[in-house]
Design a protein around this ligand. Structure first.
Ligand SMILES: [Zn+2]
Length: 177
């Protein structure tokens, strides 16, 4: 379940919102989704999804490095903290209990995806590709911080936008040494 306690600091001089020291934006979901749909339409799904995967991966990786320092966390605790924060910020409720802690592989379940809530359950396609790079970037940060050379990638394999009960991202190994 999502705990609503996200720390938010608003700078009274600039109006900038911060959580854990990171500047944040607070926008209506419909505004974000309209942007999302128009860019997907302009770029095409494949190109847009590839860009979002890379951007999301990099953001997750950087976020984990930042939060590990700020929160004094390490290892999989950083990844679980990331999943919790995403769930607290309205993207949907992420459940990563299916991920094997030794390999970083396994399913990440997403319920109440913001994309499905906005675009509906009759989209007849997967809607949440924007989120795929997030668990991969976070888990690769965990592996690298632990001195491992293994890497993972993630793909949305089930989506509630296709009528499934929930969305699911499968995290799989991409290479190992
Ligand atoms: Zn989905």
């Amino acid at each position: 379940m999502a705990d609503p306690q996200v720390p938010i600091d608003v700078d009274s001089d600039t109006g900038v919102w911060r959580t854990d020291g990171l500047p944040m934006l607070y926008v209506p979901r419909h505004f974000f989704m309209t942007n999302h749909a128009m860019i997907e339409s302009a770029l095409g799904l494949e190109t847009y999804a590839r860009c979002l995967y890379q951007a999301g991966y990099q953001a997750a990786y950087a976020w984990c490095a930042h939060e590990a320092k700020v929160q004094g966390l390490s290892g999989m605790a950083v990844f679980y903290h990331y999943m919790r924060r995403l769930s607290q910020r309205g993207w949907g409720l992420f459940d990563a209990t299916g991920v094997d802690e030794s390999t970083g592989c396994g399913p990440v379940v997403l319920r109440h995806s913001c994309f499905v809530l906005h675009f509906g359950t009759n989209a007849r396609r997967k809607l949440c590709y924007m989120c795929a790079g997030w668990p991969a970037g976070a888990l690769n940060w965990v592996a690298t911080a632990a001195g491992k050379h293994s890497k993972v990638q993630a793909t949305e394999t089930l989506c509630a936008g296709e009528g499934h009960d929930h969305c699911e991202f499968l995290v799989e190994a991409t290479q190992s040494t």
